[in-house]
Design a protein around this ligand. Structure first.
Ligand SMILES: [Ca+2]
Ligand SMILES: [Ca+2]
Ligand SMILES: [Ca+2]
Ligand SMILES: [Ca+2]
Length: 457
């Protein structure tokens, strides 16, 4: 139904990055179709990045809306002209109290909700920059400068006429890192001015993903999914879907990689705290990565973004006892491939098994965070790892560490979602529960349910 609506991403505008990005932009045909890897931000941000700019490192970006009349270069073949985005949205959706504080506009939340959604599911932090000095958006030369705190955002949003509302209908386009600027087609007033915030937000979030270095993915036919990064607008879902979040983690890690003021969770001292587990109790995370469809409120995704990632988790018990810890390699199988380059047909899609991207290892550490109590790597790619009946000698805070080794196949997306489930049973006599027989039966039931969640692949 929306087949005439296409969205394209324009080439980067910074000449000194052209060479670095050209191999990705103009990649030669490949025999084994594969999704394009994420070409993430490697510098130029207004905010400092505590872990740097390597794959899987978290990223903080600022965003601003350019003032109307800001020059926007015509990167999709349209005339260069001044931005009219604020005027369009004010006319269509209302201007509230007006003025220069755009956060008071009734349409502001369509942008902020979109940025915040990305911050919920990956190692990304988006901050609104209220200032924008109106420097030119886009173009090869002159280029607009990088983001700067108090001056302009890293991701700058404007809009001007591109190609009307029909025929070759571009809704918006976006620059890849290290630029990220977004241009909406103000000709599409029926979309950006319409009451359907979902369509609006899905366009914004699709473009945001381009601004993070994600390219279009084609996923059709048997086993095909419905992803935000497919070239045509869909309102069948709200925001990033399984494959989209996988790629966000590939570039910027999971949400825990931005914890501890951006230092992540790669050591026991920085472990992600899962809290207390009572005797007979269970704690589990990562469970939203079990299927393709992602609801708008799902946020429970953790991953090993590649071989260099380590994920530490801590948990606290109030007695001596035993734990069972299960790590599951999660993810469905679906078709995915790249879009054809510059009008060429789409290459054939591969069947992509998202549970086979990294061979996971589980290690349990004592309260010092350094003495291993158990290291489990019995299975290979796609297999779960179970640390069973590990004795904890006293009350305290213990640690579980998940690491992985990339799948050595030719596919580049070696990011593995996982689930981590910990079940604790206090030693008989150590627990204040007055009837240990009852507690024991309860514990058996929990162990059975734990096993029932294991994959059979
Ligand atoms: Ca258009
Ligand atoms: Ca991680
Ligand atoms: Ca980590
Ligand atoms: Ca393994």
């Amino acid at each position: 139904m929306n087949s005439t609506r296409s969205r394209t991403a324009a080439p980067p505008k910074r000449p000194f990055l052209m060479a670095a990005v050209a191999s990705i932009l103009f990649c030669p045909p490949v025999l084994a179709a594969n999704q394009n890897d994420v070409s993430r931000w490697i510098g130029g941000t207004a905010s400092a990045q505590p872990q740097g700019f390597s794959r899987g490192d978290p990223l903080t970006l600022t965003w601003s809306i350019v003032p109307d009349s800001t020059t926007i270069f015509g990167a999709a073949g349209e005339p260069t002209s001044g931005s009219g985005l604020v005027a369009l949205l004010d006319a269509e959706l209302g201007s509230g109290p007006g003025g220069t504080d755009l956060t008071l506009r009734p349409w502001f939340s369509r942008f902020s909700d979109s940025f915040n959604r990305f911050s919920e599911v990956a190692g990304l932090t988006y901050l609104y920059e209220p200032n924008d000095d109106g420097n030119t958006v886009g173009g090869i030369a002159p280029v607009s400068p990088f983001g700067s705190l108090g001056v302009r955002g890293d991701v700058r949003i404007g809009g001007h006429p591109v190609d009307g509302q029909s025929d070759t209908n571009i809704l918006a386009y976006n620059y890849f890192p290290n630029n990220g600027d977004m241009v909406l087609d103000t000709d599409n007033s029926n979309l950006f001015g319409g009451s359907n915030s979902l369509a609006f937000r899905n366009v914004i979030m699709h473009e945001l993903a381009h601004g993070l270095g994600l390219r279009h993915v084609i996923s059709t036919g048997t086993g095909g999914g419905s992803f935000l990064l497919e070239p045509n607008l869909s309102t069948a879902f709200d925001g990033p879907q399984f494959n989209d979040i996988l790629l966000l983690h590939r570039g910027y890690g999971d949400v825990n990689e931005k914890s501890n003021a951006g230092l992540g969770n790669d050591t026991s001292a920085l472990a992600t705290d899962l809290g207390a587990i009572v005797s007979g109790g269970t704690i589990s995370i990562g469970n939203d990565a079990r299927d393709l469809v992602v609801g708008a409120t799902e946020v429970d995704f953790v991953s090993i973004d590649d071989t260099t990632d380590t994920d530490f988790f801590s948990f606290t018990v109030s007695d001596a006892g035993t734990i069972d810890v299960l790590v599951e390699a999660l993810g469905p199988t679906y078709n995915a491939g790249p879009q054809g380059v510059q009008g060429n047909p789409n290459p054939p899609q591969d069947s992509f098994d998202a549970s086979m991207r990294s061979d996971l290892t589980l290690t349990i550490f004592d309260v010092d965070g350094t003495t291993p109590l158990a290291t489990i790597n019995n299975g290979g790619l796609g297999d779960d790892e179970l640390a069973s009946a590990i004795a904890l000698s006293a009350a305290g805070t213990y640690f579980a560490r998940v690491t992985g080794v990339d799948n050595p196949d030719g596919l580049q997306i070696d990011t593995q979602f996982f689930g981590l489930t910990i079940n604790f049973n206090a030693s008989l006599g150590a627990s204040p529960v007055p009837e240990p027989a009852t507690a024991g039966l309860f514990a058996i039931g929990l162990v059975i349910s734990l096993f029932a969640r294991r994959r059979t692949a």
